[in-house]
Write a protein that binds this ligand. Structure first.
Ligand code: UDP
Ligand code: MG
Length: 259
């Protein structure tokens, strides 16, 4: 039975695909657990789809989903989450900026810390100063508005128990809020410092507008969701003649699932 599902969105990453899988597969195989890699082609207009088909040849662990048109990173993640069969889902980007050697370490940490998910922190980011600055501002404002203290909400490398993501209701742009949305549902987490590398091929898909302004607007939506999140504890009362096995119906969803 599959234990590990890796979900990776690709949008116009034609030159990254071959080196990406060449580096990733030996690392995941060394973990010695049944795994699948779900690559999601987010409506690329370059040779990404063709390169993914080549990558699949002779590699039964690689599955590819493809979108008719570009639908955004959150949609790509969601399609991958729905298809995932593993007990754990690893999310990462397909642009080689994440070092796959951090994946086994993160899975180990999830077990050692006995948490439901682990998220990365690209402490030494290898990006342009403008990107680093806009990310820093965006993180600070997000934390301020959501009451969190997450150093790097946008770090793509995360490991989740699958149930967390299968039941998460997603909207466009919400991939930046996976951590907060999972916390809202009561799941426990820990953080891990991960390596980061410069992009060698292709271009970043986000500019200032997306990274900063759009994500801040999304942040207000998440803040609203947190305020309106249903929180209650309910117990079925036992009256005369009620069946004896009526139990605790506690409504906090994460809590209910874990107990
Ligand atoms: N991506 C995607 N759909 C989009 C934009 C990006 O699937 O509409 C993918 C992209 O191919 C990459 C990941 O999401 O694998 C992160 O994108 P990018 O590297 O451009 O973001 P950055 O690292 O600059 O924040
Ligand atoms: Mg990137």
């Amino acid at each position: 039975m599959t234990q590990l599902s890796l979900v990776i969105p690709f949008y116009n990453e034609e030159d990254n695909i071959e080196p990406f899988f060449r580096e990733l597969l030996p690392v995941i195989r060394s973990m010695d657990v049944p795994f699948e890699v779900i690559a999601v082609n987010d409506g690329s207009t370059d040779q990404t789809a063709a390169r993914l088909c080549e990558a699949m040849e002779g590699q039964p662990e690689i599955r590819c989903l493809t979108f008719a048109r570009n639908a955004g990173q959150t949609a790509a993640f969601e399609a991958g989450f729905r298809a995932a069969r593993g007990e754990l889902i690893v999310t990462l980007d397909g642009d080689l900026q994440i070092d796959p050697r951090d994946i086994p370490l993160m899975v180990d940490q999830l077990r050692k810390d006995d948490v439901d998910f682990v998220y990365g922190w690209r402490k030494e980011r290898k990006d342009t100063w403008l990107k680093r600055l806009s990310t820093r501002v965006a993180n600070a404002v997000r934390n301020r508005l959501t009451g969190e203290s997450i150093p790097d909400t946008g770090c793509p490398l995360k490991v989740f128990r699958t149930v967390i993501l299968k039941r998460m209701k997603l909207f466009n742009g919400m991939h930046r809020f996976f951590i907060t949305l999972a916390h809202m549902d009561g799941w426990k987490s820990s953080q891990m410092i991960v390596r980061h590398r410069h992009r060698q091929h292709g271009k970043s898909k986000y500019g200032m507008w997306n990274r900063l302004f759009r994500s801040l607007r999304d942040c207000l939506a998440v803040r609203w969701m947190m305020k309106r999140h249903l929180k209650y504890q309910v117990t079925e009362m036992v009256g005369r003649g009620s069946p004896k096995n009526s139990g605790d119906l506690t409504g906090a969803r994460g809590h209910w699932e874990q107990s």
